[in-house]
Design a protein around this ligand. Structure first.
Ligand code: SF4
Length: 208
């Protein structure tokens, strides 16, 4: 069975657990951890997506006491498994209403599904962190190597949709990966104009 639920440092009683739904992604970012290692804290992150909702629930229940936060994250883009993500988030809302649910996403969901996915998840997500990664489309394409058209615009639209849906919204960038210059100030300005808060994450080689 693949690693569907994991914790940083393999903690047995973590406050936060992470959900690894897929290895697929509509980006191929230059700093993606998937290009560098197979595991997070010893948990192998590769899988063939051969699992059910019950498998996620079973792995989740191995964490006792119940974690305070659940983050859809992992080695791929969580929204590419939108139905599974929704099913598990609904399960959490019903059975553990006190748990805060977050997602780390590349922000392509609305463009891929051609619908307002943020609105669909408005009652299922407390927080969304969207990878903005640059203040311009040209550099975004160079860093993220997106497989969809007009990806940078799609990311900005998604940030706006999340905010409008009433989800706490962050736009993030990664600095310190290589010599690349990222205009942090402009990125923050764009994030704020879209109604999002801003996070600058220093690149960490092992990812945590
Ligand atoms: S969006 Fe995330 S999972 Fe996808 S390639 Fe970039 S860093 Fe990797």
């Amino acid at each position: 069975m693949p690693t569907l639920v994991y914790s940083i440092n393999n903690e047995k009683n973590p406050k936060t657990v992470y959900i690894n739904l897929t290895n697929a992604c509509s980006n191929a970012c230059v700093f993606c951890l998937r290009e560098q290692k197979d595991d997070v804290c010893g948990a192998n992150m590769w899988h063939d997506e051969n699992y059910t909702l019950e498998d996620i629930i079973e792995q989740f229940k191995n964490y006792n006491p119940t974690p305070q936060n659940v983050v859809f994250c992992g080695y791929g883009e969580p929204f590419l498994k939108k139905d599974m993500m929704k099913a598990f988030a609904e399960y959490l809302r019903k059975n553990y209403p006190e748990i805060k649910i977050r997602v780390n996403t590349n922000g392509h969901a609305n463009a891929i599904y051609k619908t307002n996915v943020a609105e669909e998840f408005k009652n299922l997500l407390d927080e969304v962190s969207v990878s903005l990664n640059s203040d311009n489309a040209e550099q975004y394409n160079e860093i993220c190597q997106p497989k969809i058209e007009n990806a940078y615009e799609a990311v900005k639209d998604f940030l706006k949709s999340c905010k409008q849906a009433g989800i706490k919204t962050y736009a993030s960038i990664v600095t310190g990966f290589d010599e690349r210059e990222i205009n942090v100030e402009n990125c923050e300005k764009i994030a704020n104009e879209l109604g999002a808060e801003f996070r600058n994450r220093e690149f960490i080689s092992n990812g945590y």
